[in-house]
Write a protein that binds this ligand. Structure first.
Ligand code: IMP
Length: 482
């Protein structure tokens, strides 16, 4: 292989030109990976960024490696050549025999032999890395290392550009929030936000996750499902990965009757990768999710009234008394702070506290509602009046649906170091859970329907009903025609 100085000069000139172009982030980094591969006469190149927790390496650009990187992405930053994280240039003479390589078997199958990796540094901190792969054994020279480090430097400069920063907003928001809570300096690394989503519903879902400060990665990994003659014949790429929850989410926009094929793929995926946690959100699920905030086709629906009573007033009262008995038993001899989120919880909180023969104080929080706007995050519009540090806190909820609200609020409350923090919810809409928040006390498990009454509202109304009823069952049926 002749890696001439003039070859490197020409490659850097090309890379600088691309870096200064109006290309989107993926196209830019794919092009850099291609120029790097060619200049080094290698067989492939991969450019990755660290996620905001510095746990995963997310591919932002690659060349000549499709099967290889798709199969093993996202890489665990601590298991795969961790010295790069420490800011070092790393040479792997033979990836199939090197214990620093996370997937030596895949390296063997893909005929990857030597690897040269360089960190992408921002103010001496590693924010990503670039790796070059060769199929034949290769000794990398000093000139190769310094060329790759130069490409890494250009990549770092690119990341500093304003428009790329915008692509990384989600991670910054999470960091800002954490920094505020924990009073720690902000970390500059972030998760990657793609320029384009395959479908508007994915973009809307991403906004919703952003709103609740849930970190996400878009299509970070493909799972091979079937092989033919040693080649991958079928793959499945879930739309989202939520690293904090170790959860993949597939959002399908297909009509209900066409999702059979998708279900088949999901079953196959679960069979081949039993450790993978994946959730399918159908179009109908998604519309229901948006309807809660008055968005999407179901959000604009006219409502005729309550069609069916789910729990009568006396059934609710009986259940509340039973819950209160369990709580009193568990907290016997202790003081308890009941915390509720306004406004849905008012009826439940009022009834529950009257049946607790314990020294109890109550406090309320209010949080802003998802408005569908870009860059918007959930805000606490009313915080607790008193400190909960060192206190036993019981979060009282009206209903837990996806779990996103509760997940956010629990994060906020636990940052204040209460002695204990548990949750009591009157209703558990488990079928729609996205985030598995721990629920200690549950009143009723409700079906996947929109319910109102006993504090729960639709568009601000129906809270005053003394029972819990189902609002508009016709909309929870198939709305795939929209
Ligand atoms: P989550 O964040 O998806 O768990 O949603 C929780 C919040 O959504 C609750 O506190 C309610 O304000 C609202 N919500 C969810 N499902 C219903 C419902 O069926 N009726 C009324 N409000 C609901």
């Amino acid at each position: 292989m002749s890696r001439s100085k003039s070859g490197y000069y020409l490659a850097l000139r090309q890379i600088a030109k691309v870096a200064n172009s109006a290309f989107g982030v993926r196209k830019t980094f794919n092009s850099i990976a291609k120029s790097t591969t060619k200049a080094m006469q290698a067989d492939g190149c991969r450019i990755s960024l660290l996620d905001s927790k510095k746990e995963y390496l997310i591919t932002v650009g690659a060349h000549g490696l499709s099967d290889l990187y798709l199969r093993k992405s996202p890489l665990d930053a601590h298991k795969s050549l961790p010295e790069i994280l420490d800011g070092k240039v790393v040479v792997v003479p033979d990836a199939t025999k090197d214990e620093r390589v996370q997937h030596p078997q895949i390296a063997k199958e893909q005929r990857v032999c030597s690897i040269l990796g360089a960190p992408i540094l921002e103010k001496e901190e590693t924010i990503g890395e670039i790796r070059v792969y060769t199929r034949e054994p290769h000794q990398f020279a000093e000139a190769d290392k310094s060329f790759l480090s130069s490409v890494a430097n250009i990549s770092a400069v690119l990341l500093n550009r304003a428009e790329l920063r915008q692509l990384l907003t989600r991670g910054y928001k999470a960091n800002e929030k954490q920094a505020k809570l924990a009073q720690v300096p902000q970390s500059p690394t972030t998760s990657l936000r793609p320029t384009e989503f395959a479908h508007p519903s994915e973009e809307e879902f991403a906004k919703l996750l952003d709103f609740y400060c849930i970190e996400w990665l878009y299509e970070p990994r493909s799972f091979p499902l079937r092989w033919q003659n040693g080649e991958i014949a079928e793959m499945f790429t879930p739309d989202f990965y939520l690293p904090e929850l170790n959860l993949y989410v597939e959002l399908t926009t297909l009509k209900q009757n066409l999702i059979t094929e998708k279900n088949r793929k999901l079953r196959q995926l679960k069979k081949l990768y039993p450790e993978v946690n994946i959730k399918l959100l159908t179009k109908n699920d998604f519309f229901k999710l948006l309807a809660k905030y008055g968005y999407g086709p179901q959000g604009k629906a006219k409502v005729e009234g309550v069609s069916r009573v789910l729990y009568t007033h006396s059934q609710i009262q009986r259940r509340v008394r039973t819950l209160a008995r369990h709580i009193s038993h568990d907290y016997a001899g202790q003081r308890l702070v009941l915390v509720g989120i306004l406004k849905g919880v008012v009826c439940f909180m009022a009834d529950l506290m009257q049946h607790l023969p314990l020294p109890v104080t109550i406090d309320f929080m209010a949080i802003s509602y998802y408005g569908g706007d870009d860059g918007q995050v959930v805000k606490i519009t009313k915080d607790l009046d008193s400190s909960i540090t060192g206190q036993h806190v019981l979060m009282v909820e009206d209903i837990v649906d996806t779990g996103m609200t509760l997940n956010y609020v629990l994060g906020h409350l636990s940052a204040q170091n209460p002695a204990s923090l548990r949750v009591c919810t009157l209703l558990d809409k488990r079928a729609r859970r996205l985030i598995n928040v721990p629920l200690e006390y549950i009143g009723f498990e409700v079906p996947d329907e929109f319910v109102v009454g006993y504090g729960l509202d639709y568009g601000g109304e129906y809270r005053n009903l003394p029972f819990i009823g189902i609002l508009y069952p016709e909309l929870t049926k198939d709305s795939e025609t929209q």
